[in-house]
Design a protein around this ligand. Structure first.
Ligand SMILES: Cc1cc2nc3c(=O)[nH]c(=O)nc-3n(C[C@H](O)[C@H](O)[C@H](O)COP(=O)(O)O)c2cc1C
Length: 192
């Protein structure tokens, strides 16, 4: 079966570490289009579980303060180097989006698991749209996204989860090939 342009684009997507993502990043119009693509994800009950928060350039330092505070929360005796590394994680890459997933736990028709799946599909649409505009991206998380300090910085309510950050930009250097499962590994036939 020959691949189609969409299937080729899906296979060609490669995550690039935020350290190797530089300007230019997406324009406001391109970011808008990426979030529009996210809104085309399957969404049972139209609950809109995925919300994307753009961190503007002039707020990156304030977010670096939060990343440092999160690191200090885990270990107050961190060296200046490790604190600087924690800050750096929020400064890498020209475009930073946070993905907040809002789960309606009490929904009688759409269980939380379906809402998470929908948010994941929205995330993937952002990645594919970013690549379609010629950028590379990476989804990153770590324990920091669940930290109380981080949650407070994003003013999250109990049913809201900072699930990850999406860093988008232009790749410097070669992209890394990571092993992926094949269709034969992921597909089986129901035998009753
Ligand atoms: C929600 C989510 C969070 C992730 N968090 C991290 C992370 O903190 N660090 C990391 O190296 N990879 C993380 N990954 C995996 C990478 O984004 C990436 O998918 C993986 O390295 C495989 O590379 P590929 O996308 O090019 O196949 C995360 C993926 C998802 C979906």
């Amino acid at each position: 079966m020959p691949d189609t342009p969409v299937i080729d684009a899906i296979h060609a997507r490669r995550s690039v570490s935020p350290k190797y993502l530089e300007a230019p990043g997406p324009s406001p119009e391109e970011i808008h289009a990426m979030i529009g693509a996210a809104c085309a994800a399957p969404d049972h009950g139209h609950l809109g579980p995925a919300e994307f928060i753009y961190v503007p350039d002039d707020m990156r330092d304030a977010l670096a303060d939060v990343f440092e505070a999160v690191a200090m929360e885990a270990n107050p005796d961190l060296s200046p180097e490790i604190r600087a590394q924690a800050r750096e994680r929020s400064l890498n890459g020209p475009c930073l989006l946070a993905l907040v997933v809002r789960i309606d736990e009490g929904n009688e028709i759409v269980p939380a698991s379906e809402q998470w799946l929908s948010a994941g599909a929205a995330m993937q649409n952002v990645l594919l749209a970013a690549e379609d505009f010629g950028y590379r991206a990476k989804v990153v998380s770590g324990a920091r996204v669940r930290s109380p300090v981080m949650r407070a910085a994003f003013r999250l309510e109990a049913h809201e989860h900072l699930s990850c950050f999406i860093v988008i930009g232009s790749a410097t250097g070669k992209t890394k090939e990571r092993p992926r499962r094949t269709a034969d590994q992921a597909l089986r036939v129901w035998a009753g």
